[in-house]
Design a protein around this ligand. Structure first.
Ligand code: URP
Ligand code: ZN
Ligand code: ZN
Length: 457
């Protein structure tokens, strides 16, 4: 059924104006006033509301065997939670570990998502080793439309690559015209510091941050940038958490390295005192890179406003409290990750736009448009005739408090519990079909499609 979104204030990365949007056959087909539409058109009244392009989360984990357990979500639960929060496309990390086959990993992840997601998605392909088979397998995966790689400089011996493997990966990425995303922490320093802390009896979650201090991340970021510079490949730092790493990234940008920067909503909203909460409660907020000293949050907000940080993602990675308890005796065994897929847009709007100094356009750019541009999602992140009709009608007058009772992810706590929230999506569409109507999911968990991309670097 065709759809008309009427009377809203359209906000994109470039524009801010009032108009109606008409959608047919999955696309936006007209934008204007007094549009002539068929009698059977479904109408959403957006007066008094913003209309944003569907938001894109460029860093999520859904299927993830990690630290002796599995992240809790399914593609169905994660995509429903995403849509409630205004996210209409996500990029999942395909993460086979070093002992697993790259291509088999790709097919496993692809098969799990296929037919189970309520919104569109694509993947970053992790390269956790580089052996005789890897190049041919990666060529096949890129030919299937996956045009971004992922490397972990951390998680030594599991997901982490050695420097020679990093070099080979980036040379291949350059040749194939794909971008490489990277988790930037120096694995050796993390391993040494963890051993020293545990040997000194420092075993609680509050020691996670000291085991990977900001210098460890800055070193990893600079290290990745040096490899990019010397191979000529394009890169993207994921979940950058601190001022020191941002300086390393900006330094590389100034040298002409093609490097993009992502920070994630937990690092904007939580400082390290969350992970220091007593009686092991802090384990809920253990992720890597860790939550930082509060001063780093100002650097992230300033960097985002100024465009030094390109995108805001989630690094959504949910574990239950009893999974976190695997690390009661040693913080090194606490599964790393915080659920956030449904909270990103609302928290960024509340603390960036409504209560901060982030402009509406920059909000849209960093949470949608820029990710589409960097990762080649050419039909997404825009409100324009011919673009996919992924749209978010957003009520800025809503006031509420984040609560587990409104949550849709598949785990048993919410890190943002009790945070005040200004504004929320009321209606969300996926290629012209309404998936959230008046704040209720009415979509279809088999509608989501794999977005195949073409190399662009
Ligand atoms: O703590 C995190 N970030 N968990 C997910 C895996 C990763 O490093 O992205
Ligand atoms: Zn990571
Ligand atoms: Zn991640």
């Amino acid at each position: 059924m065709p759809l008309l979104i009427k009377g809203g204030r359209i906000i994109t990365a470039q524009d801010d104006y009032e108009a109606d949007i008409y959608c047919a056959d999955e696309l936006i087909t007209a934008i204007g006033h007094d549009l002539d539409v068929p009698a059977d058109t479904e109408v959403i009244d957006a007066s008094g509301k913003y209309v944003f392009p569907g938001f894109i989360d460029p860093h999520v984990h859904i299927h993830l065997p990690f630290m002796g357990t599995f992240a809790k979500d399914t593609h169905s639960t994660a995509s429903i939670a995403a849509l409630y929060g205004g996210t209409t496309s996500y990029i999942e990390m395909v993460c086979p570990n070093r002992s697993e086959d790259t291509l088999e990993g790709y097919n496993l992840w692809k098969g799990m998502a296929d037919g189970n997601s309520a919104c569109d998605y694509t993947f970053h392909m992790a390269v956790s080793k580089f052996n005789d088979d890897t190049a041919a397998q990666l060529r096949e995966i890129v030919a299937d439309g996956i045009t971004s790689f992922k490397v972990f400089l951390a998680y030594k011996g599991f997901f982490g690559v050695e420097d020679d493997e990093l070099y080979e990966t980036l040379k291949l990425a350059k040749e194939l015209g794909v971008i490489t995303t990277a988790h930037c922490e120096n694995a050796e320093l993390v391993a040494q510091l963890c051993d020293e802390l545990l040997a000194a009896g420092k075993t609680g979650p509050e020691w996670h941050e000291p085991s990977r201090p900001t210098r460890v991340e800055a070193e990893g970021t600079g290290h990745f940038a040096s490899f990019l510079e010397l191979t000529g490949a394009a890169g993207y730092v994921v979940h950058l958490s601190c001022e020191a790493a941002l300086k390393a990234a900006v330094d590389a940008k100034l040298r002409g390295v093609e490097l993009y920067v992502e920070s994630v909503i937990p690092h904007f909203c939580f400082d390290k005192t969350f992970a220091e909460r007593p009686n092991f409660e802090g384990a809920k907020w253990i992720m890597s890179p860790p939550l930082r000293e509060k001063s780093n949050q100002k650097a992230l907000w300033d960097g985002l406003r100024m465009g030094l940080i390109d995108t805001v993602a989630t690094d959504h990675c949910p574990f239950d409290i009893d999974q976190k308890a695997m690390g009661r005796e040693a913080f090194t065994a606490i599964p790393n990750g915080i659920p956030a897929i449904g909270d990103r847009v609302n928290m960024l709007y509340t603390y960036g736009v409504s209560r901060g100094d982030l402009s509406l356009k920059r909000f849209v750019e960093s949470a949608s448009t820029k990710a589409a541009e960097i990762f080649g999602l050419t039909q997404k992140g825009r409100i324009a005739v011919g673009a996919d009709a992924d749209l978010v009608v957003f009520d800025p007058s809503y006031r509420g408090v984040v609560s587990m009772k409104d949550h849709h992810v598949n785990n048993d706590y919410c890190g943002f519990e009790g945070f005040e929230q200004d504004g929320k999506p009321t209606d969300v569409t996926v290629r012209g079909q309404v998936a959230i109507r008046d704040g209720v999911f009415v979509g279809d968990t088999s509608r989501g499609r794999l977005i195949r991309r073409t190399p662009a670097y």
